[in-house]
Design a protein around this ligand. Sequence first.
Ligand code: 3PG
Ligand code: MG
Length: 403
Amino acid sequence: MAKKTIEQVDVASKRVLMRVDFNVPLDDSAAITDDRRIRLALPSIQSVIERQGRLILISHLGRPEGTGSEAKLSLKPAADRLGELLGGASVGFVSEDCVGAEATEAVNALGDGQVLVLENLRFNAGEKAGDSSFANQLAAFGDIYCNDAFGTAHRDDASMVALPNAMNDKPKVAGLLLDREIRFLADTLSHAARPFVAVLGGAKISDKLGAINNLMDKVDVILVGGAMAYTFLEALGREVGSSQVQRGMLPQAQKIIDAAAASPVDLILPNDHVCGKQISRVTPVQIAGESIPQGWMGLDIGPETVGQYAQEIAKAKTIIWNGPLGAFETPPFDVGTKQIAEAIVRATEKGATSVVGGGDMAAAVEQFGLADRFTHISTGGGASLRMLEGKPFPSVDLLDDAN
Ligand code: 3PG
Ligand code: MG
């Protein structure tokens, strides 16, 4: 069911309480290293400002203790960056608690078309606890609640669930980013043009079990890479050397292999590997075939596997990609991930729909200079994976339905 969006409510002179995901990466001096999540929230933000709404932005940043302010996890840099992105517009910031006297005063002083950012929700223990009295305090700030925090949509934190509940009959709408993310991820899954190929990587098979099981009867081909491939290969009795294997997951890996064998889906595992002695830029490197020698660990898919995967991708009309295929942060083990990214870009240019998700993925394609060449790159890591798992999202379900 489609949700009502911020564009479908009258916001003039109304206080719009918008939950965004400004959980952006910061360096040691608290400078933002990737502002994509802020940039992609701009359409919703501008929609409210242009229509003379009074905008109150709330977000978490990082994982503070929940015992009060932590300087390193302040949202002030995000508020400043937002001001820059809005062309130097003044963006108010309340450095005290996100609830309480100072926040209330700033909210009351807000004029039409003005923007205010409140401090990190998670400085208050009530946020992670889903606390309803904390949510009631926030709810008092808004005439309208808007959820544009797709990256956090899989969390039941107070600002995501208790807060919209506390809004009672006031409008609760989706932001434009949330709306777009759900459309691409959910609709791609339910109405995929075929062949439909899933590319799944990452370190741990345990993180991807739910997604693999859910995708099994939806996609035509699953291409596996990343360290999780070695748990599958170990389950098949292959020599994997000192590759990272989740031994406790071997029975689950075997179950997936058996389920794939009994179903029309092709589960394809790498059959050659770029190996090192350890994850390092200066480790000796060799390409191994099916068997990885003792003392070597598979750290990337090999050239033959890249070729085979690229052929499958070239035939696809729909591609979803979650998780890197190797240790892409440590060259030379970035090559497989990069070449698969390029193969997906080529398929996209020929008309396929490509949806990229997963915490590391936006950074990876940015690093390769390929951002914006996919149909959709999700701002959600855990959230996009949860969508691939087919799990419900209470934070989204309780927003108002579109008429
Ligand atoms: C994310 O970056 O995954 C979201 O902002 C959610 O953050 P969390 O994993 O700390 O809940
Ligand atoms: Mg991960």
